[in-house]
Design a binder for this molecule. Sequence first.
Ligand SMILES: NC(=O)c1ccc[n+]([C@@H]2O[C@H](COP(=O)([O-])OP(=O)(O)OC[C@H]3O[C@@H](n4cnc5c(N)ncnc54)[C@H](O)[C@@H]3O)[C@@H](O)[C@H]2O)c1
Length: 417
Amino acid sequence: MPEIELGDRTRVVAIIGQGYVGLPLAMAAVDAGWSVIGIEKSVSRVEQLNSGSSPVEDISDSRLTAAITSKKYFATNNPAEVSAASVVAICVPTPLNDSREPDLELLESATREVAPFLTDESLLISESTSYPGTLREVIIPLVNNLKSQDVKKLYFASAPERVNPGDPIWDQKNTPRLVGGIDEESQARALAFYNSICDSVVPTATPEIAEAAKILENTFRLVNIAMINEFTQLCSAQGINVHEVINAAATKPYGFMPFRPGVGIGGHCIPVDPLYLTWWARKGGQVASLVERSDEIANQMPVYVAERALALTKGSTGVPKVLIMGVAYKPGVGDVRETPASALRVALIARGAEVAWVDPLVPLWEGTTPVTEAWDCDVAVVATNQAGMDVKSILDRGIPVLDCTNNYSGLTGVELL
Ligand SMILES: NC(=O)c1ccc[n+]([C@@H]2O[C@H](COP(=O)([O-])OP(=O)(O)OC[C@H]3O[C@@H](n4cnc5c(N)ncnc54)[C@H](O)[C@@H]3O)[C@@H](O)[C@H]2O)c1
């Protein structure tokens, strides 16, 4: 295991979970002069990290290796290492369970694992996305039950991460950071930590406001994406090009924000976080009906896309063969979590199609490996516009393409949503 120069405990941060959120935070903290202990449950990921190989696209191997060789970073699966840190940030997944309700098991177990090793006067931050009240009602009681008796005072804050994987412009440093401490001293310490890393830090009066703001941001996206996908279906049925409509509307200098149609919603945030809101609403005896309906429309969109694609195979005989191009949930990443391409594939297979896929950033998906663009298909669906995909070679063979990304409009053989 690489060594780390721990030095002054007040400049050591432990980050629990070294994924899309935790590793970029770790590197940003190293850049800001912190020594960073990356606590990661997956043993293979710990080995990978310590060998200088980054598991996330936004962090290059050279940046990770530089952090390791400067003795400012190492990864470990030992939660006891948090005892060397004055700041501990939890960045573990907050998914849905099989009933599509919040599953805080990973967040709770990460909290349980580190709680006994927190030292007096440490600051514990949750960056994981969750419903308002998670810090106060879930994390703090767990810590208070499990902390060492020597610990007299701990500080707590919620600072939900806003990272946008694959974004070349917005990162940990230049994205304003919401920070809500549980009390005044917690707030002061959390602000000091994020001020050392981020260009702009925005204090909120309570952790619940920070938690709710994060959920609002992603629910805003879900509702707007669902709305434009519904609107697209209306326009398409009437022979109107929705992209031209959006472009026209977007000339209004105020009060309109363009959202584009697509196969659906994907990734760890947009399909998941709004359901933390709907669950939280129902827990409080209310119904977030617009959000629930948006979720339904979002989940129906891949079925609509499947039917549109199969309509393009009419006339060919035998089992329709459909090539899905781009299966990651967005361009520039190999992340297939919650990708709408999965529901598209299921809908196509349910309608009797044979399905294959290409994606230069995804080596394995749903137990299958990619084919090439040379695969003999009746129609191709551009689901995510990954660089390196050869759509043109398919069109050159006279095969129709349903472009859900509006990147190939105007080419002969291309149909848009
Ligand atoms: N990915 C995004 O775009 C994004 C953006 C903003 C916020 N978030 C939120 O950030 C949180 C983390 O998401 P992510 O995308 O980084 O997840 P991730 O799956 O990429 O990484 C999480 C890491 O935590 C590790 N882990 C799980 N339990 C652990 C434990 N007990 N101890 C140590 N390590 C543990 C996992 O092995 C994994 O490597 C989630 O709440 C998510 O909603 C994600």
